[in-house]
Ligand binder design. Structure first.
Ligand code: T46
Length: 147
């Protein structure tokens, strides 16, 4: 299964210009509790390098472009975001890195919970440990279901 899940956002552009309307829990699969945006970026300054324990997010490059790397501890995939009508779903327990920002990039991020520094895993080995624990937990639950 691909790590890169792109969500088509409801787009109502016409000859007056582009137009996208995003509704919480409707056009995106969670309730929006927070949004933030990244701008004034530069191509040689990468960002991210962390995972979240619980947070789910959708990232939309409303202007310009940037390259995302997503990593679930087993696979690593990358995608270039350059469309204001598509959002990249970023699931919990996914390592993310953002590279190659264009100078005009404006990256909007919609999040399903408020800001919590305790939800961040900023060390890659720690991230791999959390993935391993979750995988073992999943196997145990499946085994218990068999009995
Ligand atoms: C993510 C990627 C895509 C806040 O005070 N409130 C907030 O809601 C956020 C997101 C950040 N901050 C503070 C924490 C740092 O002092 O703003 C500063 C910049 O955050 P950070 O270095 O984590 O930014 P990025 O671009 O590396 O990562 C951000 C998000 O933090 C992260 O959740 O998934 O964008």
């Amino acid at each position: 299964m691909s790590l890169v899940k792109l969500v088509d956002l409801p787009s109502f552009g016409d000859d007056r210009g582009g137009f996208v309307a995003i509704e919480s829990s409707q056009s995106i699969p969670f309730e929006i509790k927070r949004l933030y945006y990244i701008f004034n970026t530069s191509g040689n300054k990468s960002r991210g390098f962390h995972a979240h324990i619980n947070l789910k997010q959708i990232a939309v490059c409303v202007k310009g472009s940037c390259r995302f790397i997503l990593d679930d501890g087993f696979h690593r995939e990358e995608v270039i975001l350059n469309s204001p009508t598509q959002g990249l779903m970023i699931e919990s327990l996914t390592w993310r890195e953002m590279h190659d920002f264009s100078e005009d990039c404006v990256l909007l991020v919609l999040a399903n919970s408020h800001y919590d520094e305790n939800d961040y895993i900023r060390n890659y080995d720690e991230f791999l440990g959390s993935v391993k624990n979750k995988t073992i937990e999943g196997h145990v639950i499946n085994l218990l279901k068999c009995y």
